[in-house]
Structures are given as C-alpha cells and as structure tokens.
Design a protein around this ligand. Structure first.
Ligand SMILES: O=C(O)CCC(=O)C(=O)O
Length: 502
C-alpha cells in the first residue's frame, strides 16, 4: 500500500535562529524541524567517526566495550516493539563486524530473514560516562525538566514495583543509538508523549511522520468503529482502548480490514543527514530507517509547554489500566493502589509521581522567580524574558492542577505531603534549582542583546526566606493555592500582575 506523503519536514540553520524564535515557530506550533549547524564542536563527531565517515567501531570497543546495552533485533517483532536482548558493546560490535563480512541475501535476492539485524538502542551514555562529554545539548532543547529532575530524583518513588525495569532503565532519557544500514524503529509516539530530538553523528536516517491530528488513522478498526457510533460513554472508551493497537510497520502491506483508515493518513517525510538534528514534537507518530550505518544521540524531554500531554497520557493509561482489571475489583483490597502500580509499571510513572514532579517544578519556578526579583530589581513582565518564561510555566502547571483537581481517584491514591520548608532544605532539590537556574540564565542570555550576565542563584536570598512560608502541598487544590498566593504577593508587593490575571 503506497503512503500518502504530502510534504517534507522544514530544514533551518539553527545558528541563525534565537531560542525565542525556535519556541514560537516549532515548539508552540508543534511542528517538526531539521536543524543544521548545531553540532560543529561535538567531540563525538570526531572520536566516533572514521575517516571514511562510518562509525568508528574500534573506538567504541576500546573505550566503552564493557558497557551492557539493550539491542533490538529488527527482524523480530515482540508485541508493539522489536525483540530486545542485552549484551556488551564489545559483543554488539563483534556481531556487527561479523554481519558485515557475510552475505545476507538469499536466493531470491531478499534480506535473509534468518539473520538478525541488530540495533543498539537506548544506551544511557551520559549517565554511564559523565566525564566523557560527547556532545552538548543545544540551547533549544535545554529547558528539559525530565532529565534535570532525574539527575537528582527518581521519577517513580518506588522503583521496586517496576516489573522488568531496572534502575538504569529509568535513570534518564538521554540515549545513544547505533545501527547498521537497514536497522529501523517501528511506528510509535514517544514515551510520556514527550518531545524528542535526535542528532546524527554519522550516517543517514529516513523519517516518516504523522501529526497528532492524523493519528487515529493508524489505529485498528475497533477504535474507528466506536468513533463512528452515535455516542460513546467513558466506560465504553475504556473497553475499546484495551483492544486498540497501531500499525507496526507502515512500509509493509497493512491490512485494510484491520486498519481501514490507514490509507487516508497523510505523512511527512525527511532524510536526515549527518550533523543534522531533528526535533519531534509531542504526539507525532514516527517510523525511522537507517539508510546507512548510523550513530545518533536521542533525548526525550518535557517542560511546561508539553506537560499537559504527559498528564493526558497518564489519564488515558490509567483508565486503560483500571478497565483491564475491572472484573477483579470486588476481590481486591486496594483496587486503586493496584491500578496505580500497573500504571507506573506500564507508563513509567503514576498519578502521585506526576503530582510530586509538578509540585517540585512549581517550587523551582517560584524559587527562581523570587530570586530574580531580588537580584534584578522588580522584573515587570515584558521586560525580563526570563521572568516571562517562569510566569508562563506557573500558568501551565496551574492549568494542569485544575484538571487534576477533578479526578476523584487522585485524592484517594495520592498520599503526598510536600512542605515548602522541608523541600527547600533538601540538597537534591537545591541541586535541581541550581541546574534550573543555569538553564534559564543561558536562555535569558540568548534573549537579550548586550547581555549583562546576572548573578547565579544564591540559596541564602531574603526572598527565599519569604517563600519558605508558602506552606504545604498535598493536593492539586493546594498547588493552585500556592500559585495563587504567589500571584497575589507578586502583584501587591512587586507590581507584577501577570500571574494574578489568570
Ligand atoms: O533513530 C531511531 O531509530 C528512532 C528514534 C526515535 O524514534 C526517537 O528519537 O523518538
């Protein structure tokens, strides 16, 4: 079945664009883009590439050979993904060299299906080798709350309940990928409905994209069937979601009976060359093929701009998890608890984890805002790009808290109590604040001409003393109150009315 490809992803020189322009043109518009010119000084682009432009495999086996990594066998499907095995980098490279030295086409001239085509994926390289700085995250992708948080906290507070996920699996979302020509990644949308960026150190990738507005076309007929019925209540939606699955490989013959909408889907495509970075907005489905032997860096992240996507996904997955075990509700001592454990195991976090995350970032944004006020005088909105970003972050969190407030089970399963006073004493949180401050300082620097650097965050500031009294948070309602109190205070004390006018 031919794909309806109706456009290519835009390509721009990242050096000629400011952070603000990037946010306005691509992040806010949720548009993928290929960026050039941002990888000139990366060490990985030198050390990891041989003179002929191919991956320097010897460098990897010599320096990182002992690392244990996840390797996907691109020729074997396992549920919605490819079958994965663990091996050392040295073993992976031996198999790569072995594969390269042999013939892989059968008598019909087709790729021999008996041969596994291995693709090293999701290698937590930065976590494992923090001293070896292979690259720097470009400024456009630096407002990364997910990885910032994971550098000092756990996303899920009880990692023991993770079935099949170990500590390193959840340690961060900064990865190295390495695969021979022909390796590929099946159709999917990213974990947590995060954003992702992917940079080619060497090689070439073919990307196929489907916008969130088109995604219903790649789900199976159960969803389409119910979509067209007169009225579907929330209970039925849960039932049908259990039956829902998306196309695995868009380049294969896709069954019209199972996926009747597939041929209507309108795709974007893109050939990503070496030294180019692709930005994938939240919720875009994509399938990726390595056209040459390729090494890439891939990060997933979220911040205030797409936090609502994460919440929406959690809610959908929660409904699905609940529906799945509905028939054992009566014999279950703690049905809600079980739903939340399943949610964490399947999605990577549960309601309580998300709430703790959102609360920490409310605190971090407030700390930063009050510090700015003290350090720079009163940053009246419109005059400090940094203050404007922080305020808009708080506005986004508040909107999500309003939605969370209406979920009854959230209060039932979320026994969280975060005291501002205590959190502000916690060294892990202070580490987070310092990293957050650095990020915003760089963003601010990019936003102003003739930049006069401000001082870095000081944790003994007078205003921090003031916000210590903001109190305790144990529900979305409390979170809203904290933000509203801050808004009131900023307006009355400092003439900053923009948070209050929500
Ligand atoms: O490069 C690949 O094979 C897949 C990358 C991907 O799907 C992503 O970055 O989200």
């Amino acid at each position: 079945m031919g794909l309806r490809i109706e456009g290519e992803v835009e390509r721009v020189n990242g050096k000629e664009m400011s952070y603000k322009e990037f946010v306005e043109r691509y992040v806010e518009k949720k548009k993928p883009v290929v960026l050039t010119g941002l990888m000139d000084d990366w060490r990985g682009c030198i050390d990891w590439v041989s003179e002929d432009g191919k991956p320097n495999l010897l460098f990897f086996s010599t320096h990182f050979g002992k690392s244990i990594v996840q390797v996907a066998d691109c020729s074997q499907r396992e549920f919605t993904d490819q079958k994965r095995v663990e091996m050392s980098v040295s073993e992976f490279i031996d198999q790569w060299n072995d594969y390269s030295s042999k013939e892989h086409v059968n008598a019909n001239g087709r790729e021999d299906p008996g041969k596994s085509l291995l693709y090293l994926k999701d290698w937590h390289f930065v976590k494992e080798y923090p001293e070896y700085v292979a690259y720097r995250t470009p400024l456009f992708f630096s407002d990364d709350w997910l990885n910032l948080y994971l550098d000092s906290h756990h996303l899920h507070k009880d990692p023991d309940t993770f079935h099949g996920r170990n500590e390193i699996d959840c340690s961060d979302y900064r990865f190295v990928y390495m695969g021979k020509k022909g390796t590929w990644t099946p159709l999917h949308a990213d974990v947590f409905r995060s954003y992702s960026w992917s940079a080619n150190i060497c090689g070439k990738k073919h990307w196929y994209f489907l916008s969130p507005a088109q995604c219903h076309h790649v789900f199976d007929r159960h969803v389409l069937y119910f979509r067209n019925t007169v009225f579907v209540d929330s209970h039925n939606i849960c039932v049908l979601r259990n039956m829902k699955s998306s196309v695995y490989n868009i380049l294969e013959d896709v069954s019209e009976t199972t996926f009747p909408g597939f041929k209507k889907a309108i795709w974007l495509e893109c050939i990503q060359e070496k030294n180019e970075i692709i930005f994938v907005p939240s919720g875009w489905y994509h399938q990726v093929h390595n056209l040459e032997d390729t090494i890439s860096i891939n990060h997933n992240w979220f911040n205030a701009c797409n936090l609502s996507w994460v919440w929406k996904l959690l809610l959908e997955d929660y409904n699905e998890a609940k529906e799945y075990i509905e028939d054992i509700r009566d014999i279950c001592d703690d049905f809600e608890g079980l739903c939340q454990r399943n949610l964490a195991a399947n999605t990577g976090m549960n309601f309580s984890d998300f709430f703790i995350f959102a609360t920490h970032f409310t605190f971090a944004n407030l700390v930063q805002l009050y510090f700015l006020i003290e350090d720079c005088g009163y940053p009246i909105s419109g005059q400090s790009a940094e203050a404007d970003y922080l305020i808009s972050n708080l506005v986004s969190i508040r909107e999500i808290a309003l939605e969370m407030r209406s979920i009854e089970s959230l209060t039932e399963c979320c026994s969280v109590l975060l005291d501002f006073r205590e959190v502000l004493k916690n060294t892990k949180f202070l580490e987070l604040c310092i990293a957050f401050d650095k990020t915003y300082m760089t963003i601010d620097e990019d936003s102003r001409e003739g930049y006069n650097p401000r001082k870095p965050l000081r944790l003994d500031s007078q205003n921090l003393d003031f916000i210590r009294n903001f109190g305790k948070v144990s529900s979305p309602e409390d979170l809203i109150t904290v933000i509203d109190n801050a808004a009131e205070n900023l307006a009355t004390e400092f003439g900053m009315g923009s948070l209050r006018s929500l």
